[in-house]
Design a protein. Structure first.
Length: 134
C-alpha cells in the first residue's frame, strides 16, 4: 500500500499526459464503467500503464457518478481536488478529499462513486486494468 501511495504522489506531481480517454454514456449523469454524458463528464488521462500497474489522472464534472461495478484489479483512488463519496460493499459510505488518505478497493468488490462538485483524482490499478489505454 505504501508503494502505491508513493507512486500516486509522484504521479500527481508529474501528471505527464500519455493518452486522453473519454467515453460518453447514454444515461443521465450515470457513468457506465468510466464515462459520462452531457450532465456529467469524466476525462481520464493515462499517466502510466505498464503491465503491473496503471495510473490515470481523472477530471470529473459535477453531476457525474460512477455506477456500481467491480473489476479484478486492486484499485486505489487519491483525490487531490474536490470531494467524492465512495460506496464500497461491506463498508460504510466514506468521504474522500485532498485532506484524507487514499481509498483502497479490493479486487472483485462492488463499488460506486458520487462526485461532490468538480473533482480531480488519481486512480491506480494493480495489475494494470486491461481496458485502460496503453
Amino acid at each position: 500500500m505504501e508503494d502505491i501511495k508513493k507512486l500516486t504522489q509522484l504521479a500527481i506531481k508529474e501528471l505527464k499526459e500519455l493518452s486522453p480517454w473519454k467515453q460518453v454514456a447514454v444515461s443521465n449523469g450515470v457513468v457506465k464503467a468510466i464515462s459520462g454524458d452531457g450532465k456529467g463528464e469524466a476525462l481520464l488521462t493515462n499517466i502510466y500503464n505498464v503491465g503491473k500497474i496503471a495510473i490515470a489522472n481523472c477530471e470529473v464534472a459535477d453531476g457525474t457518478y460512477f455506477e456500481r461495478h467491480n473489476h479484478k484489479e486492486h484499485e486505489t483512488v487519491e483525490v487531490y481536488d474536490g470531494k467524492i463519496i465512495m460506496h464500497v460493499d461491506g463498508r460504510d459510505d466514506e468521504e474522500f478529499s485532498s485532506d484524507t488518505g487514499p481509498c483502497y478497493i479490493p479486487p472483485l468488490t462492488f463499488h460506486s462513486t458520487d462526485f461532490v462538485g468538480d473533482v480531480k483524482l488519481i486512480a491506480t490499478t494493480k495489475p494494470a486494468a486491461e481496458e485502460w489505454p496503453k
